[in-house]
Design a protein around this ligand. Structure first.
Ligand SMILES: Cc1cc2nc3c(=O)[nH]c(=O)nc-3n(C[C@H](O)[C@H](O)[C@H](O)COP(=O)(O)OP(=O)(O)OC[C@H]3O[C@@H](n4cnc5c(N)ncnc54)[C@H](O)[C@@H]3O)c2cc1C
Length: 491
């Protein structure tokens, strides 16, 4: 049996969903007999990072993410493993309707859009969102074999990729606002293969994205996965996403979760055994054989650039900030049905998007009441994060008055800020990250997890945390096996 002194120590820095997933995997490995000891360091007094759920007067407010895509299984699987399966609710997809603000009015996004790719031709060819020329471009895309502009390993901006397939109008009126809503990003700088890997693959395989999307839809229907009830687009715990954070936290050993501990520096351990010293303000450092950095890329650079030159490459990952303003209303009856709207840049609004939360998920607002969540910031409006709460609420109410003719005063408002929280996968991202990962050799004991690498969504973060933990366990255990067999050989 291993005593705690001969266990290999693995530190996780960052207690957002990525760090929690890593700590959970380490805990499971230890309980299954791996000779390790884990410790999680989180700067703030709470776990969850950008995941924040609050309750007020019967409303459930999300400050960061509100759900995860069911298509990527890692988050729902983890929730079920933690006993939250029966608490998961799906989005009300029967009422799914998103609007685009177009010339000051809300126009329904054509039915059957897979992001900016139509999976049903008729709605796309009859929408007032695009002109006759734009529609012609969609119809042409369906029947042309569009040659990839570049080799598979080269890169291209999202804007250029979308223009090649559908032209400028679909880019401006549909793709841009969708990407601003999801990534807080600018399509003229984002990388198509890194941001839209699925569409990039579709192009390589089929040429036409419309053709590929139509086929995917047909396959989904044939397999019975097409129904809104059995396979909702988004899922979330009934009580809000922080429920997942709380359940994860319950699985960890309380003594191994250190809150309010901002890691000030990371240094190489002085003894010949390798490893690192995790330095905290005014406390003894924590010595660890391996460290999982579950942090935004800019914080990884600050802590680890001197330890590992490859980390310097992460400086090229820019971040945008997000602000959400949640507004509760006494009545929902004057609002249009559906999940909300997106505001393209050319409409000249500060609001990027607005979710009708009461319609998207059940139980988010008391019966008959409305909860709207307005998104600001992103690459389009970095200055908005420095406005005070009153200014942000004023802007939100004023723009909702103009867009939705919503004159009622909110019952209450709540502002959440997520500064420098959204990594931007700009052109060259995938190659940069691949190079960094290749140079970070496992025996060096540094592992990366988080949203800056291969997916920004919660399922991606959970996957990256789990993978980093498994690699770290493997590295420290093989290291220990080597040391033990060396000692045996030496007599
Ligand atoms: C407004 C918003 C809406 C979103 N909506 C969705 C959505 O609906 N669905 C979806 O799938 N994704 C969504 N995302 C993306 C997703 O939520 C994030 O990518 C994910 O939660 C990031 O998790 P993380 O653990 O990698 O990082 P973070 O949550 O940023 O956690 C990093 C943690 O590290 C800590 N830390 C930083 N420095 C130190 C240090 N020196 N020492 C110790 N701790 C430190 C921080 O305090 C923080 O807790 C959204 C993001 C935002 C901001």
């Amino acid at each position: 049996m291993n005593t705690s002194s001969d266990r290999r120590r693995i530190a996780v820095i960052g207690g957002g969903i990525s760090g929690l997933a890593a700590a959970y995997e380490l805990t499971r490995a230890r309980r299954a007999g791996a000779p390790i000891e884990e410790c999680l360091f989180e700067a703030s007094p709470r776990l969850g990072g950008v995941i924040r759920t609050e309750r007020q007067d019967g409303f459930i407010l999300e400050g960061g993410p509100d759900s995860f895509l069911t298509e990527k299984p890692d988050a729902a699987e983890l929730a079920r493993e933690l006993g939250l399966g029966s608490a998961l609710v799906g989005s009300n997809d029967r009422e799914r309707q998103t609007y685009i603000l177009h010339r000051g009015r809300l126009v329904p996004l054509p039915d059957g859009m897979m992001l900016m790719v139509p999976t049903r031709l008729w709605p796309a060819l009859t929408t007032p969102l695009i002109s006759f020329t734009g529609k012609l471009a969609v119809a042409r895309e369906r029947f042309q074999r569009i040659q990839p502009a570049l080799r598979r390993d080269e890169d291209e901006t999202v804007a250029s990729f979308v223009r090649r397939h559908f032209g400028q109008e679909i880019l401006e009126n549909i793709a841009d606002p969708l990407l601003a809503g999801v990534y807080g990003g600018d399509s003229e700088t984002l990388s198509a293969p890194a941001t839209l890997p699925r569409f990039w693959e579709m192009e390589q395989k089929h040429g036409s994205l419309v053709k590929a999307a139509l086929e995917a839809r047909r396959r989904r229907r044939a397999s019975g996965r097409g129904s809104a009830e059995s396979h909702p687009l988004f899922t979330t715990p009934q009580g809000g996403l922080e429920q997942l954070v709380q359940r994860l936290a319950q699985e960890l050993e309380p003594s191994k979760v250190l809150l309010g501990r901002k890691v000030a520096a990371l240094e190489p351990a002085q003894d010949s055994g390798g490893g690192y010293l995790v330095r905290l303000e005014g406390e003894e450092p924590y010595a660890a054989e391996a460290v999982i950095l579950a942090l935004p890329a800019h914080e990884v650079v600050r802590l680890a650039r001197r330890l590992e030159p490859a980390i310097e490459g992460l400086e090229a990952v820019p971040y945008s900030s997000a602000v959400t303003v949640s507004l509760a209303y006494a009545k929902k009856d004057r609002l249009p049905p559906g999940f909300g709207f997106l505001a393209p840049k050319k409409e000249g609004r500060r609001m990027l998007a607005c979710t009708f939360v009461h319609a998207k998920f059940p139980g988010r607002a008391p019966e008959g009441r409305a909860l709207l969540r307005c998104f600001f910031g992103g690459a389009r409006d970095p200055a908005v994060v420095s406005l005070n709460d009153a200014e942000l609420v004023d802007i939100a109410c004023e723009e909702l008055r103009a867009i939705l003719s919503l004159r009622a005063s909110p019952l209450f408002a709540r502002v959440f800020r997520s500064p420098r929280a959204m990594p931007q996968y700009t052109v060259g991202h995938a190659a940069r990250i691949r190079q960094i990962q290749e140079r970070l050799r496992p025996e060096r004991g540094l592992f990366l997890a988080g949203n800056a690498y291969a997916g920004i969504g919660i399922p991606d973060c959970i996957r990256s945390g789990g993978e980093a933990a498994r690699r770290a366990v493997e590295a420290v255990c093989s290291d220990q096996r080597a040391a033990e067999s060396g000692a045996r050989a030496g007599g």
